[in-house]
Design a protein around this ligand. Structure first.
Ligand code: ADP
Ligand code: FRU
Length: 305
């Protein structure tokens, strides 16, 4: 109990991408080469790590820090101010000069809530171990890493956390998310993570057709102590504990699905929030699905509370 309270008082750190989302909401998906009008157009901060950090802070009232690359341009400054406004701690983020900022053009079909994303990285440098070295690791109870192309650097960061935890006798939990399949991810799969999130895209690209198949099929490829969790849109989510036990949660669809952008990031925030407080895996994925379902019923992330 004392341990759960100490964990709650510490920060959750999320490491990964912040980007700009330029969102066009449309009333039907356009035809190729069509010139059409949007119902609305807005800028929104995006990126899996940034979305997860905002839900943890703004919706779940958790002290959460984001480590992401920013830049000095208009887009980077917009994202920085938006994160600050929502209470996300960003004091350790490197701010790069003379480079672009990752940007997504997103089409949201307001009839079914589908989101079509075209993302460009725009030469912003990825995070390196030197950025991570600035952190005081004793501040965090949980560190979540978004699996990205800087795999070697992420592996070094995770090793640093594990070594620090052993030296200081601190239990810092680690989770890693794999959203899209990339060959370079293979070594990251084997790290000593407490929780591994597998996205539906990653799973389907690996040849799996259900979340159950995914967590069972991948269980031999990950560290023996890693819990595998696979969210899968309208099917909800499935988890496999290190005791081999499988549990699942249905999805909780809202009355009308209007915007599924960031549903997966919201799910991850909900699950980490619960597990950080010592809740059971089954309860954590159920809470994640409830929160993500609610998010699908609203535009953006405001009003998710
Ligand atoms: P991503 O945003 O990464 O594509 P998913 O589509 O797998 O993520 O969705 C993540 C979670 O969000 C699911 O486990 C589910 O709980 C919820 N979710 C997503 N789409 C819907 C939907 N149409 N209705 C209800 N819940 C949904
Ligand atoms: C949603 C999201 C968007 C971003 C894209 C990057 O999960 O993080 O905010 O544009 O994915 O892949």
């Amino acid at each position: 109990m004392a341990d759960a309270r100490t964990r709650e008082m510490k920060r959750i750190l999320v490491v990964g991408l912040a980007c700009l989302d330029i969102i066009n909401t449309v009333d039907r998906y356009p035809r190729e080469d069509e010139d059409t009008r949007a119902l609305s157009q807005r800028w929104q901060k995006g990126g899996n790590a940034a979305n997860t950090a905002v839900v943890l802070t703004q919706t779940l009232d958790t002290s959460c820090e984001l480590l992401c690359s920013l830049n000095t341009g208009i887009e980077g400054q917009y994202v920085k101010e938006d994160l600050q406004k929502r209470g996300v701690l960003i004091e350790n983020c490197p701010v790069n000069k003379n480079c672009g900022f990752p940007t997504s053009c997103v089409l949201i079909n307001s009839v079914c809530g589908s989101r079509t994303i075209i993302h460009a990285r725009n030469n912003l440098p990825e995070l390196e171990l030197t950025d991570f070295d600035k952190l005081d690791l004793s501040l965090y109870s949980w560190i979540h890493f978004e699996g990205r192309r800087n795999v070697d650097e992420i592996i070094k960061m995770i090793k640093k956390v594990r070594d620090f935890g052993r030296e200081q006798k601190l239990q810092i939990k680690i989770s890693v998310e794999f959203e899209k399949k990339r060959p370079e991810f293979e070594p990251l799969f084997k790290v000593e993570a407490d929780v591994i999130f597998i996205g539906k895209d990653f799973a389907q690209f690996s040849g799996f057709t259900t979340p159950e198949e995914t967590v069972n099929g991948l269980s031999t490829q990950v560290h023996s102590t890693s819990v595998l969790i696979c969210p899968w849109g309208e099917r909800g989510a499935v988890a496999r504990g290190c005791d081999k036990e499988i549990c699942s949660s249905p999805a909780y669809p809202p009355e009308r699905v209007v915007d599924t952008l960031g549903a997966g990031d919201t799910f991850i925030a909900g699950v980490i929030f619960c597990l950080n407080r010592g809740r059971l895996i089954k309860d954590a994925i159920q809470f994640g699905c409830q929160l993500a379902g609610k998010k699908c019923g609203i535009q953006g992330f405001d009003g998710l509370k």
